[in-house]
Design a protein around this ligand. Structure first.
Ligand code: DC
Length: 228
């Protein structure tokens, strides 16, 4: 994206750690605005699947970058395709979840995936709700609306335990490990952009969070597209 977005083109950046409701909220906001939703975590997960399929050691950044650079990764409507093959289920396995934070610390890998995410937006009329960890800070720093979702650790662990059918204590441990990796990496650590609006989702239902974001969007002139 170059220059300031016009009202016809916008990005709403939704960042935050795992278990705060980013996906549910950003999908609902995209639906209400009649635009696309991009889950950038799916790119990091797909790259992790690729590295695993090629039996690559994640410390070998050049090799991981090589396979990513030579592979088509497409995201469409909540599904991710690697060389045209739907990998949406494969990217959610516990083996991938256990490795993806490590892969996402590699600066060269991030550079390649950020480029793909920007290309994705350019191919979709520059209108989207984009969720991730570095959307407001690195991927689309010109986004006219940046939201950073957070929630208390026990609430996040409880939500994750429900989604993954694991004990709350295990969910809490895993989230703490991933938070540590995501927030202490040198390149694009998880941090709220200075101009992000921070919303604590611990004690409010997701509909209210969606309404709040739509209100913030309207204040910035971002409104639902007219039906085609
Ligand atoms: O949102 P998720 O759980 O699918 O993200 C998977 C991992 O990818 C997570 O450890 C953080 C990383 N990630 C990232 O570093 N930057 C993004 N924009 C999105 C995800």
């Amino acid at each position: 994206m170059s220059g300031s977005p016009t009202l016809a083109e916008f990005v709403i950046a939704v960042d935050g750690p795992g278990g705060v409701g980013k996906t549910t909220v950003s999908r609902a906001v995209a639906e209400a605005l009649g635009c696309r939703h991009l889950d950038t975590g799916a790119f990091y997960r797909a790259a992790t699947v690729l590295a695993m399929l090629h039996h690559l050691d994640l410390s070998n950044e050049a090799a991981v970058m090589g396979v990513i650079a030579g592979t088509g990764i497409e995201y469409d409507d909540g599904r991710i395709f690697v060389e045209g093959i739907d990998m949406s289920k494969a990217i959610r396995t516990s083996a991938v979840t256990a490795r993806v934070s490590r892969l996402s610390t590699l600066p060269g890998v991030r550079m390649l995936l950020v480029r793909r995410q920007r290309e994705w937006l350019a191919g979709r009329g520059h209108r989207a709700v984009v969720e991730g960890r570095d959307i407001g800070t690195v991927v689309f720093p010109q986004a006219p609306l940046k939201v950073f979702l957070m929630a208390r650790p026990e609430v996040r662990a409880f939500r994750r335990a429900g989604q993954q059918a694991i004990p709350v204590s295990a969910a809490r441990q895993r989230l703490a490990r991933r938070d540590h990796l995501d927030s202490t990496r040198n390149t694009s650590p998880l941090v709220a952009a200075d101009d992000a609006i921070v919303i604590d989702t611990s004690d409010i239902d997701f509909r209210s969070v969606v309404e709040e974001i739509l209100q913030l969007a309207a204040e910035r002139g971002i409104r639902p597209s007219a039906p085609a």
